[in-house]
Design a protein around this ligand. Structure first.
Ligand code: NAD
Length: 409
């Protein structure tokens, strides 16, 4: 695959875009099922936002990368080596959902991409867009970003079924060598967590908070029960915050003891909450939470819970970011039953595109998209999923919703 006309590479280091040309090459993976529908609606919206914000001075040079069914049809492989090479070379991509067959077949391509490219942080901003039906009374109080560790914890895939030779061997070792009393018929799963992976995740969250003027980073963990994994995550998080960012970050304890709960100007607060408590807090006192940094499983749960609080996954954007690569993606699946019908809501991939624009530092273009969504919904224009919940709304197709956004920029 070749770079588009005049396109140049974005330089990515330490999980951030460090040099962005005016005409960057950005890769896209259409995705399976409804992926092509939402991508066809989204790309014109992203191009229009950039054109409107920068009057032709800047433009994205899109380049397709094959993955999933389209790749299989063209090359016989669901994730061709050439695609990985292109991703490693150009580093910034946006993708639609990829189908994972249930029960056997191949491993999830999404998980493979995250592991092969070491995309260690799953970033999910959660904010409310006026007009979106929400189960909360005051959903506008939610404006949070979840940083979920993407590479370890119980997602490491270290599991053995009950009565398997591996489980029995491990149980014998645990009982005989370490004095444990594990039931010999138990299934066994392992939860590895390291200082390196925990710290790099918290470091990325702190940098993001400082660059974007956010107020706090909350370490979400279950360290009262899992002391040496989740508890260590908390300790490692504080270590990064107070050793590497000591002049710009302050602990909640210090704000209370030395500053009477008044955060000193320009400082980001680092605090921690037990996972179960945080689920209550984000419902009861959402205005007190801003960025959340957390291990893999907690992050999975809290991201979807928060997305539901502001009106559902259909709108939620996401990104998987490592030191050298960033892939922005719709958080919903490929919804195959609607494939090719130009019907589903393209907002998730469009808002992921807005995150990509922010990653490039093109905040003006991202803001145009963030403003166009509530304007369009207020005008009563929505895809089927939201139209059926909005009294008096007119249901439009996926591509017409994209067009309506462009008209309201
Ligand atoms: P799904 O998100 O594809 O669909 C579930 C339901 O949600 C749909 O039937 C539809 O009613 C609704 N929905 C989803 N996207 C929507 C949109 N853009 N607009 C309006 N409504 C929407 O979940 P699923 O059916 O569990 O998964 C289908 C496939 O997608 C599976 O193969 C799964 O592995 C894969 N998947 C991929 C990703 C990814 O690529 N990141 C994420 C989740 C699931």
């Amino acid at each position: 695959m070749h770079a588009g006309k005049n396109g140049e590479k974005v330089t990515v280091a330490g999980g951030a875009a460090t040099a962005v040309p005016e005409q960057p090459v950005i890769l896209f993976i259409e995705g399976d099922g409804t992926g092509p529908d939402i991508w066809r609606a989204a790309q014109p919206v992203l191009d229009a936002a950039v054109a409107k914000a920068y009057g032709g001075r800047r433009a994205i040079i899109w380049q397709e990368v094959l993955a999933g069914e389209k790749a299989f049809q063209a090359t016989g492989s669901y994730l061709p080596e050439e695609s990985l090479t292109t991703l490693r070379e150009y580093r910034v991509a946006i993708k639609g959902p990829l189908t994972t067959p249930v029960g056997g077949g191949f491993r999830s391509l999404n998980v493979t991409l995250r592991q092969v490219l070491d995309l260690y942080a799953c970033i999910r901003p959660v904010r409310y867009y006026e007009g979106v039906p929400s189960p909360l009374k005051e959903p506008w109080k939610i404006d949070m970003v979840v940083f979920r560790e993407n590479t370890e914890d119980v997602y490491a895939g270290l599991e053995w079924p009950a009565h398997s030779p591996e489980a029995q061997r491990l149980i014998r070792f645990l009982n005989e060598e370490l004095g444990c009393q594990v039931d010999p018929g138990a299934a066994i799963g392992i939860k590895p967590m390291t200082a390196r992976c925990s710290k790099r995740l918290v470091r990325m969250a702190l940098r993001y908070a400082l660059e974007r003027g956010r107020r706090s980073v909350t370490l979400m963990h279950k360290g009262n029960i899992m002391k040496y994994t989740e508890g260590a995550f908390q300790n490692w998080g504080y270590e990064v915050a107070l050793e590497e960012f000591e002049d710009r970050v302050i602990s909640e304890a210090e704000v209370a003891s030395r500053y009477h709960w008044q955060v000193p100007e320009g400082k980001v607060v680092i605090k921690d909450r037990l996972a179960d408590n945080l689920f209550q807090q984000v419902l009861l006192r959402p205005e007190e939470y801003d960025l959340i940094a957390t291990p893999n499983l907690n992050g999975d749960y809290i991201s979807d819970a928060l997305a539901a609080q502001v009106g559902g996954l259909g709108m939620a954007p996401g990104a998987n970011i490592g030191d050298e690569c960033a892939i922005f993606e719709a958080t919903h699946g490929s919804a195959p039953k609607y494939a090719g019908q130009d019907k589903v809501n393209p907002s998730s991939v469009i808002l992921s595109g807005a995150m990509l624009l922010e990653f490039l530092g093109w905040h003006e273009a991202a803001r145009l998209i963030h403003a166009a969504i509530p304007r369009t919904l207020k005008d009563g224009i929505a895809t089927y999923d939201l139209a059926r919940q909005l009294p008096g709304a007119r249901e439009v197709s996926c591509s017409a919703f994209g067009q309506a956004l462009v008209e309201r920029m």
